[in-house]
Design a protein around this ligand. Structure first.
Ligand SMILES: [Ca+2]
Ligand SMILES: [Ca+2]
Length: 362
């Protein structure tokens, strides 16, 4: 068996289902899961002694309507429900390569993508009896995007995702690539475990999914986008997404084919940059496709997500939430740049379009 088989087993859902249709899958995945092993979080890193809130902004507490804003929402964005959030500090931009490098320099931290895959762990995320792939397929690697030459059906993500050996945060496109001159770009190829480890070191934490959506709305109510209601492609570029025809032709009207330097586009109402687009951002919560239903009849106060994960598309995989979409998001596919769009990936997954930002309690 080659890794392609394993990869396909791990693929996220078909993307052709119509939002809201009853037969539709619960949610939508834009990144294949590439589970490799569970990681223990090292809690012993030295934290930022200054507890600095530099490059953070205070998000004032309040109440908002969380979830689906319009007919583009996937089933897992329903029902829209009321949530109360306490004030918190949030990074104004995605964690950059320079920030992550400072963490690695201080701690000698090794990211998930820089380690070999542990088959004994990854197989827990797969249907029982899945055969072990060749050892060569378990070498350190991560997922990189490769555009197709021509239009392709959007129901098979393996057409534009490659499991690339040597791809990691230092070499985002694999061996031969680097981040020289990209200190102000968002770090990518970080797993949820890597993001949590960084947060621990920095004396911060990942936002809850509710905090993230509340912050993304920027003080507006029921707005589809971080900037408000204006359609993505109207007016001046507002976020780094995929413009043109996915996944083979990108007009780069927004100026960037892959990721962009953080804070390239206008901030939202709270002063946060790139909540829509650029790179997906890990949240603290487990993903459960029916979680919102459990909150429907009350005002949820600082919800922290479900106790367990469930995605009917991949019932053996335990997934965490990520939010905000990326430079690969396109209306034909997932419109992940919407405020309410939910993504789910196993916490040991990383890719060229996934990063994070951190928050801090008052
Ligand atoms: Ca772009
Ligand atoms: Ca983002």
């Amino acid at each position: 068996m080659n890794f392609r088989f394993l990869f396909i087993l791990l693929l996220a859902v078909s993307c052709q289902q119509k939002p809201k249709a009853l037969e539709q899958t619960a949610g939508h995945s834009c990144t294949p899961t590439n589970s490799r092993f569970s990681s223990e979080i090292d809690q012993n890193f030295q934290q930022d002694p200054n507890q600095s809130t530099a490059e953070m902004v205070l998000i004032p507490g309040g109440t908002f309507n969380m979830g689906a804003d319009d007919a583009r929402a996937w089933r897992d964005e329903y029902p829209k429900h009321q949530v109360q959030i306490d004030s918190f500090w949030m990074d104004i931009h995605e964690v950059t390569n320079a920030q992550f490098a400072a963490f690695v320099t201080a701690t000698n931290y090794i990211t998930t993508a820089e380690k070999a895959v542990d088959w004994d762990e990854i197989k827990k995320e797969l249907p029982p009896g899945t055969p072990k792939p060749d050892d060569s397929q378990l070498a350190p690697a991560s997922l990189v995007f490769v555009a197709t030459q021509n239009p392709v059906p959007l129901d098979n993500v393996s057409q534009w995702w490659r499991w690339k050996k040597g791809a990691n945060w230092r070499q985002p496109e694999g061996p031969g690539s680097d981040i020289v001159g990209k200190e102000n770009y968002p770090v990518v190829h970080v797993s949820w475990f890597d993001a949590v480890a960084y947060c621990n070191w920095a004396g911060k934490r990942l936002p809850t999914e509710a905090e993230w959506e509340y912050a993304s709305r920027g003080g507006l109510q029921d707005n589809p986008y971080a900037w408000g209601d204006e359609a993505l492609l109207e007016g001046k570029p507002k976020a780094n997404t995929w413009e043109g025809n996915f996944p083979y032709q990108n007009s780069t009207r927004d100026g960037f084919y892959l990721s962009a330097p953080v804070s390239t586009y206008a901030a939202n109402g709270y002063g946060l940059f790139d909540m829509s687009g650029n790179v997906w951002e890990w949240c603290a919560d487990w993903y459960h496709e029916n979680y919102y239903e459990t909150l429907a009849s009350q005002t949820a106060v600082n919800p922290k997500g479900p106790e367990t994960s469930y995605d009917s598309n991949e019932p053996y995989a335990q997934k965490r939430v990520s939010r905000g979409g990326s430079f690969l998001c396109h209306k034909s596919y997932c419109s992940g740049y919407r405020n309410s769009m939910r993504m789910k990936t196993t916490p040991d997954s990383g890719s060229i379009h996934t990063g994070f930002r951190a928050v801090r309690d008052l």
